[in-house]
Write a protein that binds this ligand. Structure first.
Ligand SMILES: Nc1ncnc2c1ncn2[C@@H]1O[C@H](COP(=O)(O)OP(=O)(O)O)[C@@H](O)[C@H]1O
Ligand SMILES: O=P([O-])([O-])O[C@@H]1[C@@H](O)[C@H](O)[C@@H](O)[C@H](O)[C@@H]1O
Length: 405
């Protein structure tokens, strides 16, 4: 769908709080981002069988993409909590952005169960049932650094970003992007992830001061897109179909990229970080969503937190350098966002698509025996701890194990 004429409208940054602590530009030095949400342990199951144990948590996926794809002058602080049992302290993302270790609570842990027949996911019925097995301490406002940031990402997975913590983020950051999973998750007695209506939560009153709210198709009905879009820009991700942006007065679809999906975990997180990176490069929201789709597709092609090929990253940055239309008013650290689809949108899509196709071809070439390619489990990817014994669903590739769906 092409954007309505209203798409050229600009949206002001998050409104300042009533008892204004922060003047819009006061104390913001350079482009420093603040990511708030805890790392976790993910256990991947097919039916009842464990097929993978990996580093998880939106903060891990998000910081991985932001570190890789942001412009060179952008920096990042991550506020994350784990327990003394945290198993991935030396994996790249936590090694770069160290979590707070809480002595008295375990690391947040999720079991992600996929159907044993490798059933096809649809946008509204994903082939993944999530259960929270352990929950670390919440992140309190006092855990946040006492300085200003150009932008912030609230990316909790287990209810750890409290309403008062999000409120504090909004006061510290000039623009805040929120993953709906941080706001609307509830957990039943067995830990199964349920959703509650955003409107019924204390987070709802903060929406007018949020810049972008991202939800998956499964979460969108709980977000209430029609109401939420009047308060901030809502982005609904639609798996392999890409995403849609909704704002007050318009909506638009942004096309996806090809991917060989081996594990859907972290696609939404990587999307949000790719989107934020696009804004940092000076893209409009519509164009930045292309970068979101690109990194969402890259995430599903590896198990756990992906390792990006440096040549791929170099190619992406070169494209952004050449194609990004640098308008100060569209920058995340500027004053306004626009939703305008730039006249470079299609060229940007085509260029990134070529890179995505190359990744797919390399993936397929590096894992040819997809029907029964089990190899001896050994990996240099520190984000993946173990993958059980030899399993016909898994084959060894150069950079990670793949779960063959
Ligand atoms: N199979 C796929 N092929 C290509 N892109 C994908 C695929 N799955 C996800 N993506 C990308 O990742 C984004 C987020 O995926 P989605 O499944 O909607 O989120 P979540 O992980 O939160 O459920 C999508 O909008 C899309 O850009
Ligand atoms: O796959 P996705 O929806 O983007 O995000 C996932 C969370 O939903 C999940 O709770 C967590 O355990 C994963 O590590 C990942 O962060």
């Amino acid at each position: 769908m092409s954007p309505s004429p209203a798409s050229a409208a600009a949206m002001p940054l998050a409104a300042e709080p009533d008892d204004t602590e922060v003047e819009a530009d006061e104390g913001v030095k350079g482009i420093e981002g603040l990511v708030v949400g805890s790392y976790c342990h993910d256990v991947l199951l097919r039916g009842d069988r464990v097929v993978g144990e990996t580093l998880g948590g939106a903060a891990a996926f998000v910081s991985n993409v932001l570190d890789a794809a942001s412009p060179a002058d952008a920096t990042l602080s991550v506020v994350s909590k784990v327990g003394p049992d945290f198993a991935y302290a030396t994996a790249p993302a936590p090694a770069r952005h160290r979590p707070v270790v809480c002595a008295s609570s375990p690391t947040t842990s999720f079991h992600a169960r996929f159907s044993s027949d490798g059933g096809e996911a649809t946008a509204h019925a994903p082939d993944r049932q999530l259960r929270r097995v352990h929950a670390c301490d919440p992140i309190y406002p006092s855990d946040l650094p006492d300085r200003r940031f150009a932008y912030g990402l609230a990316v909790g997975v287990a209810g750890e970003v409290l309403p008062e913590t999000l409120d504090r983020m909004i006061r510290l950051c000039r623009a805040v992007l929120v993953d709906a999973q941080a706001l609307i998750r509830a957990f039943d007695d067995g830990g199964a992830v349920r959703h509650v209506a955003l409107e019924a939560t204390p987070y709802a009153r903060l929406l007018p001061r949020v810049a972008f709210l991202k939800a998956s198709s499964e979460e969108a009905p709980f977000v209430g897109v029609e109401v939420a879009r009047r308060r901030c820009c809502v982005i609904v991700t639609e798996g392999r179909d890409g995403c849609r942006l909704y704002w007050d007065g318009g909506e638009a679809r942004v096309a996806p990229f090809p991917a060989v999906q081996v594990d859907p975990t972290g696609a939404g997180d990587s999307f949000l970080a790719g989107f934020a990176s696009g804004l940092l490069w000076g893209l409009s929201a519509m164009d930045a969503a292309l970068l979101g789709n690109f990194f969402g597709a890259a995430a599903v092609s590896q198990v756990g937190v992906p390792t990006f090929n440096p040549k791929m990253l170099q190619a992406v940055k070169q494209i952004l350098d050449e194609k990004a239309i640098k308008r100060p008013c569209t920058r995340l650290n500027g004053n306004m966002f626009t939703f305008q689809r730039s006249n470079m949108h299609d060229v940007l899509h085509t260029s990134l698509q070529e890179v995505a196709r190359l990744i797919c071809e390399q993936k397929q070439a590096s894992c040819p025996a997809t029907d029964n390619g089990a190899s001896s489990p050994a990996t240099d990817n520190g984000d993946i701890r173990s993958l059980g014994d030899v399993n016909p669903l898994i084959c060894l590739s150069q950079d990670a194990y793949k779960i063959i769906t």
